[in-house]
Design a binder for this molecule. Structure first.
Ligand code: AMP
Length: 287
């Protein structure tokens, strides 16, 4: 089959392409990624395909959202495989700029939110969400989408982007897609590739901990402290795990709550060996 996917590395070129699409009345959809694509990413793209005429994905390992001791250099990359996976779900354009193109030597602007970055991943990744909000702003200005698609796997990121789009009046509709999991429940992530066989077994603890919490809520437990405690017990029962945080919080503000009284977010970040994994679920009270 002949391939029509286009790969654009240049910002002016992408903006020109976007203007042309808009002039001809096309709806543009953007799915931002850091590449090393998996089924989670592909679910976003399939959703994106339904939402408009031109499906653009970005593949950009954004240096400004990694801390100095984090895995920017080691982050997995496989551009050829990414292209064929993107093709298989009907992507039209891959925008994949170099870091020097996105941030020239004199670059000095960033987008920062006041409250949402303070919670969950914020304390252990202090500059992360500034990097995310800034790069997403740039991508929205470059690709000019009507619709942008993000995963609920990165719940805090999605909340931050929704807030930023609202606060700064970006003319884009943000769509969230549910977490895609491996058959045993592990949330798919490009970082899962770092895991050894033993670590892969321990990585399942995140899903098991969330399941334990949901079961406790179904059994009538409402106290957040108790839910955090029993989820932490599950996490610690697996070898090589170290909890960064276990939080039971308001799904809108991300502030901790004392009790589960309606839909409530449980979010986790756990080190499995040298790999930091995140997962979350909405705890619900069945009627
Ligand atoms: P990343 O390449 O890790 O920056 O992710 C790009 C987008 O894919 C983000 O919006 C993520 O939330 C989303 N994503 C990553 N993994 C999953 C998953 N397992 N399920 C759903 N969305 C995901």
């Amino acid at each position: 089959m002949e391939s029509y996917i286009r790969i654009i590395k240049n910002i002016d070129h992408m903006q020109q392409e976007a203007r042309q699409l808009l002039q001809t009345g096309k709806t543009i959809v953007l799915v931002p990624t850091m590449g090393y694509l998996h089924e989670g990413h592909l679910a976003l793209m399939r959703e994106g395909r339904k939402q408009g005429d031109a499906l653009v994905i970005s593949i950009f390992v954004n240096p400004t959202q990694f801390g100095p001791a984090e895995d920017f250099q080691a982050y997995p990359r496989d551009p050829d495989r990414d292209v064929s996976l993107a093709e298989s779900v009907g992507v039209d354009i891959i925008f994949t700029p170099e870091a020097e193109v996105m941030y020239d030597k004199a670059y000095q602007t960033s987008v920062d939110l006041e409250m949402l970055p303070r919670y969950l991943c914020g304390p252990s990744r202090p500059s992360h969400f500034s990097g995310v909000a800034t790069v997403v702003t740039k991508l929205l200005n470059i690709v000019k989408p009507h619709v942008a698609v993000f995963g609920e796997k990165d719940y805090q990121q999605l909340a931050i982007i929704r807030r930023m789009v609202h606060d700064l009046n970006f003319d884009v509709r943000v769509i969230g897609v549910p977490i895609v999991r491996e058959s045993d429940g592990l949330a798919m992530s490009s970082r899962n590739t770092y895991l050894s066989e033993d670590e892969r077994r321990s990585a399942l603890s995140l899903y098991k901990a969330l399941q334990r919490a949901q079961k406790s809520v179904a059994q009538g437990i409402r106290d957040a402290g108790q839910l955090v405690h029993s989820a932490s017990e599950v996490l610690c029962s697996y070898p090589n795990t170290k909890i960064d945080y276990v939080s039971v919080c308001d799904p809108g503000t991300l502030e901790n709550v004392n009790r589960v009284e309606g839909p409530t977010l449980m979010a986790l970040a756990v080190w499995v060996g040298k790999t930091r994994l995140i997962d979350n679920t909405i705890l619900t009270i069945e009627n």
